[in-house]
Design a protein around this ligand. Structure first.
Ligand code: ZN
Length: 476
């Protein structure tokens, strides 16, 4: 049954550097919850986010068919450890959830170390780190520990020495949980921002993106109403996105733009992965807005094509849905040494990186939201700006030349076919300057607004309807 967690008061006013600190605090707050693809750790995480923004929680019972999958049972752990015969614990779930392979089946045994090795996971090339391992759909058990800890154990007891393994866990009928935050817009056209919420005890993957998305949602609630409705989805990886897509088939036509978010807290630069259609055909509005927004902020951006690997862009970009969803990360998965290890901790995630990620994400959303399609009402020759009081006001500003250039660019490209994204791309001017120029020209009745007339996401020329998405018909 869906429940709604009420928002509390707004976060405290930000001081210099306050945003990064608040984001880092939120990462630290959700980090200890023992997340998995189901269960109370996931719910506690969502409830923590729901203290900042109104969050709608959906529970889908175990066994429910969702697309080609079934919702798994819930996994509950009471105790799990690997110990020496004398009782000394070598890997203990109570100390860190990373020590136990996620979804391990029950086990209680005593065996020589050599026999236990098949169930022990280490990282020989990073001997001080504990790996993160999962086995959601193949029933087995296992422990994760540092290579150093395993080597020390072997030295002390020898391969023939006995170890005790205890996995006191059960798989029970329960439900899968996901959370949604919806910032209402002036239209039902949606921007979807999705972050996975299933990894325990790791700060960059994925507490960082949960924190950035949540505080961006808070900002959007506190600001003026956006044109698009902005939907945030916090769901367990793969199965959560699949369950959400299954439940929302009929509404997917509303999604005009979307981004999968991950790894937004490390010190690396930004990487953008284009949408599926934006890779196979021409870049979509979301792909172009991401590149423009990061350009305007002065960030180098590593742009990559869509691949059917990675995070939930795999589901949103499956051929039947083919949603206009790209992916924003800092360092992508598998490309930093702490990835999926105990090294992905609070020190890896930096306040300044988190703050810059939020600013970048907000800029992308505002670029998409501010895009529009206009027609020059005086297309024969340049309209006389001075007579309308535009030239003087533009010329008097310290950034007059840029504002004036932007006005001339908007007037020239506004032929009903080129959007403000096109103007920003062709002119090299900041999108915000282009948007501001369009607003002044609209006030002077030099532009007519054709944005709402365009059924498609403006700027990418594609036509998308709910029917297309449901039946999997090819789109424009
Ligand atoms: Zn991951």
């Amino acid at each position: 049954m869906p429940i709604v967690a009420p928002p509390t008061s707004s976060p405290p006013p930000s001081e210099a550097g306050g945003l990064g600190a608040r984001l880092h605090e939120l990462v630290a707050e959700v980090l200890p919850h023992r997340r998995s693809i189901t269960g109370d750790g996931l719910r506690q995480t969502l409830l923590a986010l729901g203290q900042r923004v109104p969050l709608r929680i959906t529970e889908i019972p175990s066994g429910t068919r969702v697309l080609d999958w079934a919702v798994p049972k819930e996994w509950r752990v009471r105790e799990a450890y690997l110990a020496r015969e004398d009782g000394t614990r070598i890997a203990d779930w109570a100390e860190s959830p990373l020590h136990l392979v996620q979804y391990s089946v029950p086990a209680r045994d005593r065996m020589p170390l050599w026999a236990a090795r098949a169930h022990l996971h280490t990282l020989p090339d990073r001997p001080g780190l504990v790996p993160y391992r999962t086995s959601y759909y193949a029933p087995t058990w296992g422990f994760c520990l540092s290579q150093r800890a395993l080597d020390a154990l072997a030295e002390e007891i020898g391969e023939g020495g006995d170890v005790e393994v205890v996995v006191d866990a059960e798989h029970v009928d329960g439900s899968l949980t996901y959370g949604e935050v919806v910032v209402p817009g002036q239209t039902e056209d949606e921007i979807l921002l999705s972050a996975h919420a299933c990894h325990p005890a790791m700060a960059n993957d994925n507490a960082s993106s949960l924190a950035v998305a949540t505080l961006l949602a808070r900002r959007l609630f506190d600001g003026s109403t956006p044109r698009h409705t902005v939907r945030f989805l916090f769901a367990p990886g793969t199965i959560g996105a699949i369950a959400w897509l299954d439940r929302n088939h009929a509404h997917l036509g509303r999604i005009r733009h979307g981004l999968v978010l991950a790894n937004l807290g490390d010190a690396g630069g930004f990487t953008y992965k284009r949408s599926r259609r934006g890779t196979l055909d021409a870049p979509l509005a979301v792909d172009r807005a991401a590149e423009l927004a990061l350009r305007d902020l002065g960030h180098d951006l590593d742009v990559r094509p869509f691949t059917p690997t990675g995070y939930d862009e795999r589901q949103f970009g499956s051929p039947g849905f083919d949603l206009p969803v790209g992916r924003l990360t800092r360092t992508p998965h598998g490309e930093y040494p702490e990835y999926h290890t105990s090294g992905d901790d609070l020190a890896l995630v930096r306040p300044e990186s988190l703050a810059a990620s939020l600013e970048a994400l907000e800029a992308i959303v505002r670029t998409l939201d501010g895009d529009g399609l206009y027609r020059n009402a005086q297309p024969y020759g340049e309209p006389q700006l001075g007579r309308r009081g535009l030239y003087a006001s533009l010329g008097g500003l310290p950034n007059g030349p840029e504002a004036q250039q932007a006005a001339l660019w908007v007037l020239n490209l506004s032929d009903g076919r080129h959007s403000l994204l096109d103007v920003a791309e062709h002119s090299g001017l900041p999108f915000a300057a282009v948007r501001a120029a369009a607003d002044r020209l609209l006030e002077a009745d030099l532009l007519t607004d054709e944005t709402s007339r365009s059924a498609a996401p403006v700027g990418d020329g594609a036509t998308l309807s709910a029917d297309d998405l449901v039946t999997g018909l090819p789109t424009g």
